[in-house]
Structure formats: C-alpha cells, structure tokens
Write a protein that binds this ligand. Structure first.
Ligand SMILES: C[S@@+](CC[C@H](N)C(=O)[O-])C[C@H]1O[C@@H](n2cnc3c(N)ncnc32)[C@H](O)[C@@H]1O
Length: 289
C-alpha cells in the first residue's frame, strides 16, 4: 500500500500507477499518437498517486462519496465519477480566484462543472448525475458542510494547499478538513516539497514549500488527533529523480527549481480510524476559528 511519500520515478512507473496513467490517457494524449506509457511529470504523478491511494483503500467504488478541494480543471473529478463515486468538487469563487491570479491563464481554474469532464473521462450523463460543484475557500472551511452534505468516504486535493498563504495555513487545512472524512475514510493531498533544505524554505506567500520537518510536525498533529499517517520521505535514486528541470523544460519533470530551492511533489495519505471517531474541537477546525 502507498504511504505518504515523495514523487519518485520508481513510484511513477510502478504497475499500480500505470493503470491510472492509461485511464487518464485521453487527457495527455488526445490523438492516441504518443507511444509513451505516461508523462514523466510530477503533476501526472500527483493525480496517479491520489487515484491509487484511494483505490487501494476501496474508495473508488460505486456509491462512495468524495470531496475535492481546489479542483481547478483537474481530471480526477471525472475519473472518480467514472468509477461510480458521487463527487462534490469545490474551488474558490470567481472573485477570490481572480484576485489570487488563478483565472488569468484559463488552464487551472474552472469555477464550476464546465471544464471538469473536457476529456470525456466520464460519460456525460453519469458525470451530470454524480458531480456537484460548490465554491469553497480552503482557508475558511464551512462549519455547516457536514450538516448539509454528510461526511465523506474520502477527500482529496492536488497542488492546492501550498497556495493558502503560509505553511501554517496549509497544515491547518489538512488537519481541519479531516472533520469531513467519516470514520474509516481517508484524505489524500499533494503539495510542494523542498528537496534542498530541511532548514530554510518559503514559509509564507503565494506558493510555500514544505520541508521534511514540517511534514513530520503535521503528521504528529494528525496522530495526536487519532488519525493514521505513515511518512516515508526517501528521495528516489533514478537519474530522472536527480534531474532538476528548468526552462526550457524537458520531458523529465519530477523536480524543478522554485527560487533558490529544488522542489518535488509530496503525497499525504491520512486515514481516520474506524474505531476511534475524532470529535472536532475548536482548536483544529481551521485557521482563524
Ligand atoms: C495549481 S492549481 C491546481 C488545480 C488542480 N487541483 C490541479 O491539480 O490541476 C491551484 C488550485 O487551487 C485553488 N485554490 C487556491 N487557493 C485556494 C483556496 N484558498 N481555496 C480553495 N481553492 C484554492 C485555485 O483556484 C486552483 O484551482
């Protein structure tokens, strides 16, 4: 089973993730002309990692309920709906997304269901039946969401929690959103990881970088609340893992440079135990509560 880990070439090319790369093929190879089995790209790894982490825990099955945060135009919403899941996809409202610069390119923000099945990963009628959309700010998790929609079998986000303004806000989000996960359910989130340093990093701003010590601190916080998280931060040792991709970008993009730091992706898997339901206390409900 996957644990919380870094993006590595070995993980990306594993048979388990390969299955999901094939399912996502209409998105990255729309003409079917590419002979490659996958993209060697950390964004691809993030999506495959989330899908596999949920699948091997029995979450991607008919009737399962999933909640996605900061979904942008990612393919996971349609992929999960195609597996029979009922999905609530969320993202900032257009004003908030515009102010934060997410609407400018048109490539990373949708703001509604349009654009979430553009590659036809899910039959249109099933997509319409199974997917709902809601505006939600990850920095202000709504108190009434569970009363409104019930708890979820799983939650996820890809490449979003590093954009909440600070490391603290990102960590608070991961802790706070666990109250939407039912006992026995799981949360899977991916974010930026600082490969260069366990000392200095970007702690505040538009994109923050988690260090190993931040991940360990977050894991301790989650465990204190009764959640299960296993962390393995071993970097890969393939040539693809050592390549730091800088503009003009190549076909191997598992690590890149952000300012003075080398970064890769981190996947977090947090399980809420069945037998030890966690009662949300005000301290961990999210930033500013
Ligand atoms: C880099 S994009 C990633 C989009 C998508 N998850 C993906 O993997 O392609 C970052 C996403 O996070 C969303 N986002 C940023 N800040 C947010 C916040 N405070 N609350 C909710 N979503 C946020 C943006 O609107 C955008 O959709």
């Amino acid at each position: 089973m996957l644990t919380s880990q870094l993006c590595t070439y070995a993980s990306l090319t594993s048979p388990e993730l390969e299955v999901w790369a094939r399912r996502l093929r209409p998105m990255w190879d729309p003409d079917g002309g590419d002979s490659k089995p996958r993209l060697v790209h950390r964004k691809m790894w993030e999506w495959l990692f989330i899908a596999q982490a949920l699948s091997e825990r029995g979450m991607l099955a008919p009737g399962r309920r999933g909640l996605g945060f900061g979904v942008g135009r990612e393919p996971l919403v349609a992929l999960f709906a195609a597996q029979g899941c009922d999905v609530v996809a969320t993202d900032l409202d257009p004003a908030g997304a515009g102010a934060a610069g997410w609407t400018a390119s048109g490539a990373e923000y949708s703001g509604g269901v349009d654009g979430l099945n553009e590659h036809g990963l899910c039959p249109a009628d099933e997509f319409a039946r199974r997917v709902a959309f809601r505006h939600l700010d990850m920095n202000h998790l709504p108190e009434d969401l569970v009363e409104d929609l019930g708890e979820f079998d799983f939650t996820w986000s890809s490449c979003a929690l590093e954009h909440l303004g600070s490391l603290r806000a990102g960590s608070d989000f991961v802790v706070g959103q666990m109250r939407f996960v039912r006992p026995g359910g799981v949360a899977v989130h991916t974010t930026e990881f600082n490969v260069s340093s366990d000392d200095r990093t970007v702690e505040d701003g538009g994109t923050v970088l988690f260090r190993g010590r931040d991940v360990e601190e977050l894991a301790r916080r989650l465990r204190r609340l009764g959640h299960r998280i296993v962390v393995d931060l071993r970097p890969g040792d393939a040539p693809e893992d050592r390549h730091v991709d800088v503009p003009p970008f190549s076909d191997t993009h598992l690590r890149t440079a952000l300012g003075e730091f080398v970064t890769t992706s981190l996947g977090l898997i947090v399980e809420r135990p069945t037998g030890a339901p966690v009662r949300p206390g005000r301290r961990w409900l999210g930033r500013g509560r």
